[in-house]
Ligand binder design. Structure first.
Ligand code: SF4
Ligand code: SF4
Length: 370
């Protein structure tokens, strides 16, 4: 998938969004004429755009418009949210603004599935949206934000959304540590049958230990664009204040020759200066996870913690837990001996009643001065 040549990434400050998206698509040097394009935003759940969780509807609308202007044969906008759906997809994600922004191109990608074979030590195949086999390329629109498990959720991680339904959650039980899960993310990216071009929505960003749905929203005001998702993620990591090879998905992808994990392998155009004060989740044990697995990883992992006053007892956390570690009594009670620290419950809680509490990871991080 990756070119041997230096990868190019554009970081564009956004004053006029339409102009910025036009420049981003120009930068990709892709002839879209006659192509069927899956515009793949991050539609994690029912979140208002101001929450910084989902792709800004303005970015989606501008991409759809540009693709039509560039004579794409068909444009489909869709994503598979994190947990199970509680309503038809278009209703479930209506509050994100994505359906309206799609201007008739919104597609319920959860309805039809096909099988994607993987070269993976975790699972031999996954069910994916059938649309994957019906398009010529993916225009990937991740959001610039942290992820409690994978540290950042960027271009490679956003492609996990080709998988519909609860299967995504259950895969956490197959690849339990942060590094194992990152490896599975790369397995899926590597198996995709079509090219992936990425425009990261960094108009807003989200930082902190409880991403991708419960963090501090920041105004960043940039788009990050590139043909290689690993290179795009590497620039994103640098802007978030860390070395790319400290992000497991980037490191693993680079080891497979899928992209660079060093900035000297990337030609960056524009303003990629780090975002002042950007707070990443703890990384030390996530990276030590290369050597830790199973019980050792579980023992050192951070834990979800409940703010009972915010909890509406809706039960989405319990339904979404891949190892059934949560019971409602009537608010959630977590059996930590079973918890694998996947943070799905934190991700799926619509009330931000769950967050990540640092365990030994946090202690080690503070000791290491990071
Ligand atoms: S913690 Fe969140 S997801 Fe779980 S029951 Fe309470 S409100 Fe619902
Ligand atoms: S309790 Fe939360 S963090 Fe623990 S396994 Fe269940 S969903 Fe994952």
């Amino acid at each position: 998938m990756a070119d041997a040549a230096r990868e190019r990434v554009l970081v564009r400050k956004v004053a006029d969004l339409d102009a910025a998206v036009t420049e981003a698509l120009d930068f990709l040097e892709q002839d879209f004429r006659g192509l069927r394009v899956w515009v793949k935003p991050n539609l994690l759940g029912s979140h208002h755009p101001d929450e910084g969780v989902t792709t800004d509807p303005g970015v989606i609308a501008a991409c759809v418009r540009e693709l039509r202007n560039r004579s794409a044969r068909a444009v489909f906008v869709g994503d598979n949210p994190g947990g199970g759906l509680t309503a038809p997809l278009s209703d479930f994600v209506a509050v994100t603004g994505a359906v309206e922004a799609s201007d008739g191109s919104f597609t319920d990608v959860s309805l039809r599935t096909t099988t994607l074979k993987l070269e993976s030590r975790f699972v031999p195949r996954v069910a994916v949206s059938a649309l994957l086999n019906e398009v010529d390329l993916i225009l990937n629109l991740p959001v610039f934000k942290t992820h409690a498990l994978t540290i950042l959720t960027g271009a490679v991680k956003n492609l996990f959304g080709v998988i519909p339904g609860r299967q995504k959650t259950l895969l956490h039980a197959k690849a339990r540590s942060a590094v194992e899960f990152a490896e599975l993310m790369v397995d899926i990216y590597q198996a995709l049958p079509v090219p992936v071009l990425s425009v990261v929505d960094a108009l807003r960003g989200m930082d902190g230990p409880s991403g991708p749905s419960n963090g501090r929203v920041l105004r960043i005001g940039r788009l990050i664009t590139g043909r290689n998702p690993v290179a795009v993620d590497a620039v994103m990591a640098m802007m978030a204040g860390t070395k790319p090879d400290r992000i497991p998905t980037i490191r693993i992808a680079a080891n497979r020759g899928l992209g660079p994990d060093r900035l000297d392998g990337i030609e960056v155009t524009g303003d990629s200066t780090p975002i002042p004060g950007f707070r990443l989740p703890t990384m030390l044990v996530a990276n030590l996870g290369t050597f830790l697995s199973g019980a050792a990883y579980t023992a050192t992992a951070s834990r979800p913690v409940l703010a009972p006053d915010r909890c509406t007892r809706c039960g989405r956390c319990a339904t979404g837990c891949p190892v059934e570690a949560i019971t409602l009594a009537p608010t959630p009670v977590i059996a930590f001996r079973n918890c694998i620290s996947c943070y799905c419950c934190v991700e799926f809680c619509p009330e931000r009643a769950l967050s990540v509490r640092r365990g030994i990871r946090g202690l080690l991080r503070r000791m290491s001065g990071r």
